[in-house]
Every structure is written in C-alpha cells, then in structure tokens.
Design a protein around this ligand. Structure first.
Ligand code: PLP
Length: 361
C-alpha cells in the first residue's frame, strides 16, 4: 500500500516533506540527543522553537505590532467559550453572524456567557450562501462581532471584513487560516485550530489586538485568561510540544513555497479545477453553494443519484483518494483541499470523477 491523497476535513493532509523531516528527527532533535517529544518546554531548544514559531507566523500573516500571537490548547471549540469570557461581561451583548455549522456552535457556547444577537442567518437557505451585508442587524456598542469566514461543513467562504465601525471583529479561521494574505488590522481577534491548514491537532492559534487582550469584563481563573497566557509567551503550562514542532515545520514549508501569496494562487487553481469539473459534468455532480461564496478549502458535492455514493467512496478509496465522504449534515461527498493538498491530488480526483461518471453513466 502507498500513501494516498487525503481529502479529510481535519485533521488533514500535511506536506509530505514535513512528515519526512519529523520522521528523520524523531529520535534526535536539533542538538538535544533526544526527541522533541522528550525535552522540557522550559529548555533552551524548545523556547527557541516557540520564539521561531511566533516570529514565522507574524511574518507570514503580516501581524501588526500591536497584536499578540498566542499558541493555546482546547481547539476552536474551547475558544467559542473562552472568547466571550475574555471579551465580554455577563451584561454585555455580542453579535454573531450565523453562516453554518461552526458559527451555530460558536453562538450556542457564547449564549451561556453573554447576551447574544444574531445579526443574520443563512439557515433558511440551508447555509448555501452568506446573508447580504445590507441585511445584517448589527448592535451598536456590541462587545464584538463574531464571524466564520469559512464554513468547513457547508463549504461557504467569504473574504474580507464588513464595515462595522468600532465593534471588533472576531473571526474563526480554523479552516482557511494561512490560505491567502489577510489584512489582520481589520480584525480584533483571529483564531484557528491548527489541524486543518497549519499543523497538528492540539494547538490553537490566537491573534489578538492588545487593547482586547487588556479587557477585563468578569473574574476569570488564570488558565482561561488570554492576558495570563500572553505574559508567559504561550508557555503558562506545558503546551502540546509536538504540535508546536509540526506547526513550525509547516510554516517553514509555506515560506519555502513563497508564502501566503503563493498559497492563494495554488488554492485558487485547485478550487477552480474542482468546481469546473463539477459544473461541467452535465448534472452528474453538483455543488449547491452560491457561486460568490464557494469555499476554496472545502468542496461539498453530490452525485445525481445518491444510490451511487457507496460505489463512489469504495472506488475512490481504492484509487488512493481518501476520506471523501461528506458530513452527515450535508450528505454526498466533500473534498477538503487545504494548503498541503498538491495540485496533482486534485487532478487525480477530477480524473477519477470523470472516469466514474463514464463507468456508472
Ligand atoms: C474544525 C472547526 C472547528 C472545531 O475545531 P476543534 O479544534 O475540533 O475544536 C471550529 N470552527 C471551524 C471553522 C472548524 O473548521
């Protein structure tokens, strides 16, 4: 058996060169004569890795000087709760744009901690589009506005930030972080689990503007306080050291590819190729998403006859195209084509899709 192309939504495919490097260094890392898995997070070597991880992330994402970069735990899901804890008091209100599965989850967690207002929801259209900005009902003086720029399950994505005055925009970029350049200064807080587009499970990135870091709206234990983690440069307690290491290697890989501009170009080319195959299939395959908001990262698609789904999954797997089953909320298939998916993987998928349609006409 050989390594296949992995279209998993997360944890997801990593650059092969990163995996090889980790394999080579598994027993002895740097000059440590021990594995990265075995050394103290307080030791010189790991502290240097942590510093480099932060410096590389800042450079790649062009993070302005008045923002703090944190590498935390708990996944995006923990921060669904921790963000309202840190940015809002119990009597404050926070705005949420409900664009799909993950925005719904983020909102549900926040409701236990803060008054929330849904500015708009795409639920009536089964989250196949993003509600028009002119229809959003923003709350003046809201503690923040939460958005989900890429909905991993429904496959809807929007670029840029709406004009919302002084209200800080909080963005869950778990599934499209580092996929293209972003104007960080338009956001108050960006967060992302690492396991989709930037590294290994266990690490959660947070980029937070310093005035928000200083907000104190309720008493909180230290471990949940972002400012406390910032004071210790993300090393308040033992971090997921191996996830730090893998993520540092992925950032080096992105750099070597040409940074986020190169990632954007590659991701655009892969997504265009796949959507063209779907749209050009005479209805054999379909993607329901409003063309303006089709995700470049997660591409859900259905077959014209759901009775063929099982055969599609069995045959694609045999062809080395892995994990194409769609999320149960949407059905059909889903191809996640994050940064580390090479163009050859999408070519192989498109070739298989055409071939499958011919054989099962
Ligand atoms: C995967 C995902 C999450 C959940 O991430 P966990 O690390 O499992 O908590 C949240 N938001 C988005 C957009 C995701 O894609």
């Amino acid at each position: 058996m050989s390594r296949g192309y992995n279209f998993s939504a997360g944890p997801s495919t990593l650059p092969e060169s990163v995996l090889r490097r980790a394999q080579e260094e598994m027993l002895e890392w740097g000059g440590e004569r021990a594995s990265v898995l075995e050394v103290s997070h307080r030791g010189k070597a790991f502290v240097a890795l942590n510093d480099k991880l932060e410096a590389d992330l800042r450079r790649l994402l062009e993070v302005p000087a008045d923002y703090t970069v944190l590498f935390l735990q708990g996944g995006a899901t923990q921060h669904f709760a921790q963000i309202p804890m840190n940015l809002a008091g119990p009597d404050d209100s926070a705005d949420y744009l409900i664009s799909g599965h993950w925005a719904t989850k983020a909102h549900a967690e926040a409701r236990t901690l803060v008054k929330t207002n849904v500015v708009a929801t795409g639920e009536a259209g089964k989250f196949t589009s993003i509600p028009e900005h002119s229809q959003w009902k923003l709350t003046p003086g809201a503690a923040y506005l939460h958005v989900t720029p890429n909905e991993t399950i429904q496959g809807v994505e929007f670029a840029g930030v709406p004009e919302v005055g002084d209200v800080p925009v909080v963005a869950d970029m778990s599934s499209n972080i580092l996929s293209r350049p972003v104007d960080v200064s338009r956001y108050g807080l960006i967060y992302a689990g690492a396991q989709k587009n930037m590294g290994a499970a266990g690490l959660t990135l947070l980029v937070i503007r310093n005035d928000l870091l200083a907000r104190k709206r309720r008493p909180l234990p230290n471990i949940f306080t972002y400012a406390a983690h910032a004071k210790e440069k993300s090393l308040l307690n033992t971090p997921p050291t191996f996830a730090f290491y893998i993520t540092a290697l992925v950032l080096e890989w992105i750099d070597a590819q040409g940074g986020l501009a190169a990632m954007e170009k590659l991701n655009r080319a892969k997504a265009d190729m796949l959507y063209a195959a779907i749209d050009g299939s005479n209805g054999y395959y379909a993607n329901p998403v409003d063309a303006r908001y089709r995700s470049r990262m997660n591409v859900p698609f259905t077959l014209h006859d759901a009775a063929l789904d099982e055969a599609f999954l069995v045959e694609s797997k045999a062809a080395g195209l892995l994990t194409l089953k769609g999320h149960k909320a949407v059905g059909g298939m889903r191809a996640s084509i994050y940064n580390a998916m090479p163009i050859a993987g999408v070519q192989a998928l498109v070739g298989f899709m055409g071939d499958f349609a011919k054989r099962h006409g």
